[in-house]
Ligand binder design. Sequence first.
Ligand SMILES: [Zn+2]
Ligand SMILES: [Zn+2]
Length: 446
Amino acid sequence: MGQGPSCAGNQENGMFGAVQGGNLEVVKAMLERKPSLLHETTVYDRHSALHIAAANGQIEVLSMLLERSVNPDVLNRHKQTPLMLAAMHGKISCLKKLMEAGANILMFDSLNGRTCLHYAAYYGHSDCLQAILSAARSSPVAVSWGYARFVNIRDDKGATPLHLAARQRQSECVHSLLDNGALVCASTSRYGFPESTPLHLAARGGSLDCIRKLLAWGADRLQRDASGRIPYIVALKYRHEACAALLNPSSAEPLVWPSPLKFFSELNEDAKALLEQALMEANSEREKNILKGLGCSLNSPPHSDSGMDDSISEASNAELCCICFEQVCNIELQDCGHQMCAQCTLAICCYNKPNPTTASLTPPVCPFCRSTIARVVVARKLKDYGDADHDVADFSSSKLRKSRKSRNFCEGSSSFKGLSTVGSFSKMAGRGTAGRVAAEDEFDKP
Ligand SMILES: [Zn+2]
Ligand SMILES: [Zn+2]
């Protein structure tokens, strides 16, 4: 791509060098002497001072320029706006400042017809991506264009931001985009190989993390590109063996995040974090089995849970899910109030092959009372199973074991650090003293 504003400093008037270096006083003095400098550009790329400030993250200079009512959407040779350059270089404070000043998020460059959202996705700056998406939700773009359409905006070759992020192995951006309604099965027109899906492009890029996220959001392993190839064949061609193993249509199907279900879009963050963690955990178990034969090391260490299950005494039944008797009961179904673990909640709500036309018509029901699940929340109080005959010591010892187990659970999933979930999950899993005290407070001690 023809850009490089960072090396555009050695211009005839020296101002661009001062902007690039963030010398606010020098820039101010030069503008006092010659106000017309404000509208000059570099010779070749025709970057304005605002472009250079944005690309180099010079927030003070950028703010000063904007105060002098420079057009925030000034274009360079490639019709790139300062906002695009901030998104490309991950300069989050400049990006936010430009949007505050009214920069248009719906501008297209002349190189590939890309927007600032494409730039953030391609270069993997998920903080910038999030900021653009939240601006899009509240800006006129959402009204005139529709938010979903903006998230799935296409460049000249039909690539959405998700296609670019998948191709460039930017798994955090892949996750954010999917979470915001990016279409997981959209085909490009000419980007990559014609009619590639994000899964084809992730197979080309070879990012296991992108692939597991796309699969968990319902990407179809059997979708073909224009030459009839499924993503599995693409991964084989580029010798990404672990990726190919997951993409092999004969491998076990992953659990799929039930995004079409309305109640999931209304999930509170904590409940969502628990469920997402459980989903990734279940899929990583499956991955381990698939990859076992390959001799390639996954970046998640093996779980040490197998021995732990036996060591849990009956006393801990009080906190165990009474469907699987394995996991902590941490999710409450509403409106009925029945509780179960996140894994079992997912088992009820996930479909291996979500059918978008029927999924929303058949909401999942509570396995205990068959009433429709309107919402799921984090269970605030552990259910009382009438274990009055167990003394306090039993309770706290089982609690300790449970904390240990939960910690293993978290550490085992370190490969999913990209998800925003791990932090809040470990908070809830009762890590450390504070968590344990809080958990004990939930019991009425005799
Ligand atoms: Zn369960
Ligand atoms: Zn119920």
